[in-house]
Design a protein around this ligand. Structure first.
Ligand code: PLP
Length: 400
């Protein structure tokens, strides 16, 4: 009998990957499913980025690169980090990997020993706790309710820090809520961290280009440059440039941490795909028109989804400021009964009911550590969103 290592049995597979698989299954059975589970842009990668990849193949850039990437990509990442943070990074302070996901995983692997704690505000991206567990760490979940905009407050942060705290994770804009931290909110958290010099901050800014306000989103190092030597800013090209399949992420952080990450990477993957590196360099340095245009599209969809869901009695949806998700409060339907006599006792029951009765696929809040909610993604066409909202309304109205 096959027995996996304990690090495998300690973790679970990603619920969003599981939801996507379930949707594929139902579709294969011939069911038409309105899919609001997708965690990736529904746009194609812009042509100039694809062309850069093709050109790289043509030039024979089909070999291993340095662990820290091609000179072109390094330059592009350095420029991008400066544009985003206002601070200068050096080549020794950046790392690249096969997606933001891999960069974050390797950062934990490079820093966590058994029992080291990682503060994770909930609702959280589903992967954080399992990445911590896989690397022997202990996730410390801090519940951040709707009353604080689903955001970590200085008081809650101070209450969660211990002698064993190694990291605090911030994700702005957030998956699954779309919440964005303001400069003031980050400054408040930075003030707490000032008194805890051993604690590192991982700011996952993978959705930073997708925001609906006028100003670019604030990042922790820009707000508190004095923390730069213990902040790891992680990012990637997946979301902003519709490049999820290219698998290219990057991070900027203190040189000793980056060296540890790169040492592990040298034994794990050597480097991400050279072709993807060429494409990512083109994405980061080329025309940014695609980003602006796609954000306009996301904004229109967000407005339609939020207005539509708020019109459903029993549901309540705060307006997200970024990313392409909304986190919908479904407390008003818990305790109700479906037409075939089953009681809805939690958000998982409700999402199953929506799938059966409305053919709408969403993900239950319990997967993200805060109930009773469900996450919708609006990285899908406006007609699908409108049809989904109508179907959800009909299903909710049928509850007694
Ligand atoms: N961080 C968050 C919050 C995400 O939602 C995702 C993707 O879903 C990632 C990081 C990783 O993206 P990638 O590995 O494609 O760069």
């Amino acid at each position: 009998e096959f027995v996996p290592a304990s690090r495998v049995t300690r973790i679970k597979s990603s619920p969003s990957v599981a939801a996507a698989a379930r949707v594929r299954e139902l579709k294969a059975e011939g069911r038409r499913i309105l899919d609001l589970t997708v965690g990736e842009p529904d746009f194609d990668t812009p042509q100039h980025i694809k062309d850069a990849a093709t050109a790289a193949i043509g030039r024979g850039e089909t070999k291993y690169t340095s662990v820290t990437g091609t000179p072109e990509l390094q330059k592009a990442v350095l420029q991008t980090l400066q544009r985003k943070t206002g601070l200068q990074y050096t080549p020794a302070e950046i790392t690249i990997g096969g997606g933001g996901k891999q960069v974050i995983f390797t950062a934990f692997m490079a820093t966590l020993d058994q029992g080291d704690e990682v503060v994770i505000p909930a609702p959280y991206w589903v992967s954080y706790p399992d990445m911590v567990l896989a690397n022997e760490g202990t996730p410390v979940i801090v519940s951040c309710g709707e009353d604080t905009g689903f955001k970590l407050t200085p008081e809650a942060l101070a209450g969660a820090l211990t002698e064993r705290t190694r990291w605090v994770i911030l994700n702005t804009p957030s998956n699954p809520t779309g919440a964005v931290y303001s400069r003031e909110e980050l400054a408040g958290l930075a003030a707490v961290l000032k008194d805890h010099p051993a604690v590192y901050v991982l700011t996952d800014e993978i959705y930073d280009e997708i925001h609906f306000g006028e100003e670019r989103i604030a990042g922790m190092v820009a707000v508190a440059p004095e923390l730069k030597d213990r902040v790891l800013v992680t990012n990637g090209v997946s979301k902003a440039y519709a490049m999820t399949g290219w698998r290219l992420g990057y991070a900027g952080g203190p040189a000793p941490l980056v060296a540890a990450i790169n040492k592990l990477q040298s034994q794990m993957s050597s480097c991400p795909s050279s072709i993807s590196q060429a494409a990512a360099a083109a994405a980061l340095t080329g025309d940014q028109g695609f980003v602006r245009e796609s954000v306009d599209v996301y904004r229109e969809r967000r407005n339609a989804a939020v207005a539509g869901l708020n019109a459903v009695k029993g549901l309540q949806c705060a307006t997200p400021d970024g990313a392409f998700y909304a986190y919908v409060n479904c407390a008003g339907v818990i305790g109700k009964t479906t037409p075939d006599g089953r009681q809805i006792t939690n958000d998982e029951d409700f999402t199953l009911y929506l799938l059966e009765a409305a053919s709408v696929a969403v993900i239950q809040g319990s997967a993200y550590g805060l109930s009773p909610y469900f996450r919708i993604s609006y990285a899908t066409g406006l007609p699908v969103i409108e049809e989904s909202v109508a179907a959800i309304e009909k299903a909710v109205t049928a509850l007694a």
